[in-house]
Design a protein around this ligand. Structure first.
Ligand SMILES: [Zn+2]
Length: 452
């Protein structure tokens, strides 16, 4: 868009509920002026032409509806406005932002709406974000997927021109469905991969993607993440079951009281217990699922540097020289829709940086990992010293506070029960915890899985 365009025909509307690009472009600039006037007529609590913060009140949707009714025959796109405000309640914050802003400013605005909603100090949160994420943004070629509520499709649109990023398969008949870059059951409703063929999609959903799902499954169920079906989840783990509470409908965790595993940190009880999931996973399995997701989202012009990465995910070769990955939990924001940030090395990046570092925000978890096998990486970037320096760098500048980072060995193929820590008494308003003997009828499904 031309920055001299005084009446741009696109803008973002950003709120914790919806974050979307509103585009009503027409050759004659149709309704641009009227839309501007309508936004001028509603009260902004802050800002002006480039960036304005509003607090929703019910007349707003009425004004938008009126505008839409007046112009929808001639300019159907104007109907996006009342649709956007559907479901808003008095007091909800939203921001109107021009499109000629950087990714960083757009993400700052999204953070601002979240901070206002959570009652966090907006200026402080913004400052932390700019000093940290902003620093990464300025020294890498940065991409962020999933933070707007619009669907994102990466890769070649034309089916007949697609080459699968994993098996190199071609031909339109190989691309009948569109692959989720990360499975829907983990809350991904927005990120899609054009260049993952149907065969690989099937193959991955039956093996590559499972370990990450198992690793996050307890968290997912306690958070009532919606997959394809309803958000009411039942789960039978090794030392627990999760069922909806008959009254509150919230998840209830039933823990077998002979199998309580208290969490310790530096020798002291933390007030948490461990839940062990069925379906053993290996750290290498989790890492491979993380890498697969990132490969799907790599911008097309960079994909030629990750050919071997795709081959490794596909299973073309085995490896025992993979870089470790980091896992942490945070309690500030909740990512129901996962957000993936990709940072590609530039001449401004620290010398120790590998070509691509990924940061995945999912639920209350954060993963930091390196994409392996890029032809841009020299042996130098991938020495363990440099990998550790890179992780320290990302831990330092990742913008959400994480108390405890855990480093996992991606070369570890040993299968274990995935576990998740929860507070002994549950979390008020989110899920409850009850302790019952193993013979209690609630555990009535017979399993002979072992705990380790
Ligand atoms: Zn394929």
């Amino acid at each position: 868009m031309d920055i001299f365009d005084i009446q741009p025909q696109k803008f973002y509307l950003l709120s914790p509920k919806k974050r979307t690009l509103i585009d009503f472009s027409t050759a004659d600039h149709g309704v641009a002026k009227e839309i501007d006037q309508v936004f001028d007529s509603i009260k902004a609590i802050q800002g002006g032409n480039i960036h304005a913060v509003y607090c929703y009140y019910s007349q707003i949707i009425e004004v938008m509806q009126k505008l839409s009714d007046k112009y929808k025959d001639k300019y159907p796109n104007v109907q996006q406005l009342p649709v956007y405000f559907k479901g808003f309640e008095d007091g909800d914050y939203f921001i109107r932002q021009r499109t000629n802003v950087s990714l960083m400013d757009l993400k700052r605005s999204v953070l601002e709406t979240e901070s206002r909603t959570l009652g966090i100090d907006v200026r402080k949160a913004d400052n932390v974000f700019v000093q940290n994420w902003g620093r990464l943004y300025l020294s890498y070629d940065t991409f962020s997927f999933g933070f707007l509520t619009d669907k994102v499709y990466v890769g070649e649109k034309d089916k007949s021109k697609r080459i699968c990023r994993f098996c190199k398969g071609t031909g339109a008949e190989r691309y009948k469905s569109i692959s989720h870059a990360l499975q829907e059951s983990l809350g991904n409703h927005l990120l899609f991969a054009y260049e993952e063929c149907d065969i690989c999609n099937n193959l991955f959903s039956n093996n590559v993607e499972t370990p990450l799902f198992r690793f996050l499954e307890i968290n997912r169920n306690l958070s009532q993440i919606k997959g394809k079906q309803s958000a009411i989840h039942n789960q039978e783990g090794l030392n627990f079951h999760i069922h909806p509470d008959p009254v509150t409908k919230q998840p209830a965790v039933y823990v077998k009281q002979e199998h309580i595993f208290n969490d310790l940190y530096q020798g002291k009880l933390t007030g948490k217990i461990h839940l062990y999931n069925n379906g053993p996973v290996s750290y290498q399995g989790i890492y491979k699922a993380l890498v697969k997701f990132a490969v799907d989202m790599i911008p097309s012009d960079k994909m030629s540097h990750f050919v071997r990465t795709g081959e490794w995910v596909h299973g073309d070769f085995e490896s025992n020289d993979l870089p470790p990955f980091l896992y942490g939990e945070q309690y500030t924001f909740f990512f129901e829709q996962p957000v993936l940030d990709l940072f590609f090395k530039t001449e401004k990046s620290p010398a120790f940086s590998p070509y691509c570092t990924a940061v995945l925000y999912i639920f209350d978890s954060i993963f930091i990992y390196i994409l392996p096998y890029s032809d841009y990486d020299s042996e130098f970037n991938l020495t363990i010293t440099n990998i550790i320096s890179n992780f320290e760098h990302f831990k330092k500048y990742e913008y959400i506070y994480v108390q405890e980072w855990v480093e996992y060995d991606s070369n570890d193929t040993q299968e274990r029960a995935a576990h998740y820590k929860i507070p002994i008494l549950g979390i008020n308003g989110k899920y409850s915890v009850e302790y019952r003997p193993s013979y209690d009828p609630i555990f009535e499904i017979n399993r002979d899985d072992k705990l380790y």
